[in-house]
Design a protein around this ligand. Sequence first.
Ligand code: FES
Ligand code: FE2
Length: 322
Amino acid sequence: MIFNQWYIILESKELKKNKPLKVKRFNETLALWRDEEGRACCIDDRCCHRGVSLSGGRVCSGKLECPFHGFIFDTRGKVNVIPANGKNRPVPSAMKVKSYKTYEAFGFIWLWYGDDDKTTAEPFFFKELSEYSYSGFKDTWNVHYSRAIENQLDVVHLPFVHRTTIGRGDKTLVNGPVVEMENDMLAFYVNNVKDDGNTVPLKPDEISDYRKLFHLQFHYPNVWQNFISDKIRTLAAFVPVDDENCIVYVRYYQKMVKIPLLRELFNYTGKVMSIVILRQDKRVVETQIPKKSVLKMDELLIMGDRPIIEYRKHREHLKNLN
Ligand code: FES
Ligand SMILES: [Fe+2]
């Protein structure tokens, strides 16, 4: 995991008012709830008194009450009240659990995974997508989130994994791809073609007008955008659960159809297509061993894997900054 980053961890609609939520992220069990202003709050899901799961408790005046002996936790994870000691009695400062900063926008909740004093004001998002409407879904994958990300940077797999969908046409020869990295954004440009048996794929520096090609963007640590067209995009967020599991949130965005009912129908159709494509990926990716990728491992990569190589390199670089 890259430290000191904002990670998308949930869809906003998953966290209801007055209903604490238990989730596993970053190998930690977390309790989330909404305070009186509706802000997302997050603390460790283990009571510092006797180890109970706090997410099984109630929200009281925007704070979280432990279901076992009623200790009240504020949004910073500090115990404000120990009922058995008297509701107005002081509480020792050691009575607390770890709390996490959150950010909410565009229908997502982010969590700051890192040192509090290094928090940046707001996470990155593809802000242009606020002009689009969308329909989305989530799916749990039995691999580390790095494998799910790499799958979306993999242009070599298209004619095999997606033979019946987006990989039709037997375009097995991979030119480039050209990869650009700027401000923690990895972009790559790709042009797969049919193999006539004689053509040698172009190296990245042999493709002059690559910016006209089909491209994708990935922003560290966990959000990805596919430019299907100017008016249609797919977005994915790869949410770390633990070393062997992640959740993939996918949204189909479009700004072609704006009439309400028709728009919902169009978005729904796009979502179903995305589900079919993602299931094709999942079936193969979940068999990868090991379930987590690192920069130095015993895989023998090829030119077409360049986006994956660059992803691993920059990920390692970001990890080493902390
Ligand atoms: S275990 Fe939480 S208050 Fe006792
Ligand atoms: Fe795929």
